[in-house]
Design a protein around this ligand. Structure first.
Ligand code: G3D
Length: 179
């Protein structure tokens, strides 16, 4: 059993939880989720809505979708906001052009009443690439310091190897025990 998966279970194993995973297309969401789910049977419900995927792992529900560029689909996202404890935003650190879109989407989500109690973990993914932007710089480009009413944390990672994912989950764990 993978270390990342073991960490995930130690955090989410016992109670009902809800986590939203978002990011632009190609950011690395599925790759991260696979690292979370090593060797575990998962149930995916294919049609909650056309663009939202729900992955259920024991009692934790992960809702995942692509942000950006799909105005018509936006209205379906907020259906999944209620009772969300954590939002995981995945950033492709090699794609600076997309950061502005990610920033707008993040701040828009956080302004939503139904997400008022959610904490935000940002994975600055693809740190293995030599042209990747550092987590510190991404934090500035996303204006994370302007987020005052939600706990947030940014973590560099490489979803291909799993590096950094446990550290991110560690922060989530510190939030679940803080609450
Ligand atoms: P998405 O679910 O957000 O759309 P995916 O993104 O998880 O499908 O990943 C998109 C592509 O990025 C994949 O490449 C995947 O292997 C790659 N990728 C994800 N994480 C990393 C990383 O940390 N480093 C590097 N170098 N690549 C990563 P393909 O070629 O399969 O489309």
């Amino acid at each position: 059993i993978g270390q990342v998966f073991a960490k995930l279970m130690s955090i989410f194993g016992k109670k009902e939880h809800k986590v939203i995973i978002v990011g632009l297309d190609n950011a690395g969401k599925i790759t991260i989720l696979y690292q979370f789910l090593t060797n575990e049977v998962v149930h995916t419900s294919p049609t909650i809505s056309s663009n939202v995927e729900e992955i259920v792992l024991q009692k934790t529900h992960f809702f995942m979708w692509d942000i950006g560029g799909q105005e018509a689909l936006r209205s379906t996202w907020s259906m999944h906001y209620a009772n969300t404890e954590f939002i995981i935003l995945v950033i492709d650190s090699t794609d600076r052009d997309q950061l502005l879109t990610a920033r707008e989407e993040l701040h828009k989500m956080l302004a939503h009443e139904a997400l008022r109690d959610a904490s935000v973990l940002i994975f600055a993914n693809k740190q293995d690439m030599k042209d990747s932007t550092t987590p510190v710089e991404i934090s500035q480009l996303l204006t994370l310091s302007a987020i005052e009413d939600h706990p947030w944390h940014i973590q560099g990672c490489c979803a291909l190897t799993g590096e950094g994912l446990r550290a991110g989950l560690q922060w989530i764990q510190s939030r679940t025990t803080a609450n």
